[in-house]
Design a protein around this ligand. Structure first.
Ligand code: AMP
Length: 309
């Protein structure tokens, strides 16, 4: 199955305790596509300015990413700059410049309109809604967002939350959206809007699934994060988690509860590679055997014996 993604295609400037990069390839749709294309064909909806290097376009094409829905317009590409301190779980945004995204209105190519899996990556919720209106009968729609949109566009975000199946957010975003520090209450508030599941990303502490169901055993699932000796740059961890997650569902064609649990492990595996280097550098040479090998390691991390009577 193919996956359609709408989100930012960006030039990022990032500082971490381990180094600094300027104007490197970034963006929620870009990170997502590079990860998900390890599993399945990806179609991108977005916009870049005339300053966007053709080398980035060539790289995405080399990953079998369909760019028919990526417009190039006069002006500057979206730019984000951020900083991480020793707590690598939280990014501090220094600057967000929407640039060509400020006036962008997506117009989906005909070839995109029947895509079965849709990822509304982190971007203006009005653009997420615009894309959803143009898609015919998707099998599954997932959404990501961030503090910038929760603060600035909560009403539009709530409208789109009512229309999606799975929500992926980090811990702080779930709390901020619901206005409560209790994560279970926060996820229940989001589930009450309609989605069947909320996946909460907790950085180096893993990811948790909260879904509708009567008992915790059926509605809760938890995956650890891969223990890494060296993390250089956490940027893109969330988007590539989503890429591994939806990529796996697209590859297998299943979207049931068991597939969703396995997909969460795939998300955790791909995200663990992303953070090993700056920008997309680790993803550029990531191979399928490496992904499969780490998936097996995750199985061993979380296996335990039955209690003896
Ligand atoms: P994450 O996976 O959460 O680390 O996402 C990092 C990416 O999100 C960066 O490459 C940024 O370019 C992008 N980004 C940051 N702020 C925004 C925003 N307000 N809207 C869309 N994308 C953003």
């Amino acid at each position: 199955m193919s996956i359609l993604v709408v989100g930012s295609v960006a030039l990022d400037s990032v500082q971490t305790p381990f180094g600094k990069v300027d104007n490197v390839l970034g963006g929620s749709a870009t990170y997502f596509s590079v990860a998900a294309s390890l599993y399945a064909p990806v179609r991108v909806v977005g916009v870049v300015g005339t300053d966007f290097s053709p080398a980035h376009v060539d790289f995405l094409r080399s990953r079998n990413v369909d760019l028919a829905g990526l417009q190039t317009v006069e002006g500057q590409t979206f730019r984000w700059s951020g900083r991480y301190g020793h707590d690598l779980n939280t990014a501090e945004t220094l600057e967000t410049r929407l640039n060509v995204f400020a006036t962008f209105r997506p117009q989906l190519p005909q070839s995109y309109r029947q895509t079965p899996l849709v990822f509304l990556a982190n971007i203006d919720p009005d653009l997420q809604l615009d894309v959803l209106r143009q898609i015919k009968h998707p099998r599954l729609v997932a959404l990501d967002t961030m503090n910038f949109w929760i603060k600035g566009k909560k009403d539009a975000l709530t409208e789109v939350l009512r229309k999606v199946d799975i929500v992926l957010v980090n811990e702080a975003e779930a709390r901020q959206y619901a206005g409560t520090s209790n994560l279970l209450q926060a996820t229940h508030e989001i589930l009450a809007l309609g989605p069947r599941a909320v996946i909460v990303k907790k950085g180096e502490y893993g990811a948790a699934l909260y879904s509708k169901g009567d008992s915790a055993a059926l509605s809760f699932f938890f995956a650890p994060a891969y223990p890494l000796a060296e993390i250089k740059d956490p940027t893109g961890a969330g988007d590539t988690f989503a890429g591994g997650f939806l990529g796996y569902l697209a590859k297998t064609g299943a979207v049931d509860a068991r597939a969703i649990r396995r997909a969460i492990i795939h998300g955790s595996v791909v995200a663990s590679f992303t953070v090993e280097d700056f920008s997309m550098d680790r993803l550029r040479n990531l191979t399928w055997p490496e992904v499969a090998g780490r998936y097996e390691e995750f199985k061993r991390f979380t296996y335990f014996e039955k209690v003896e009577d």
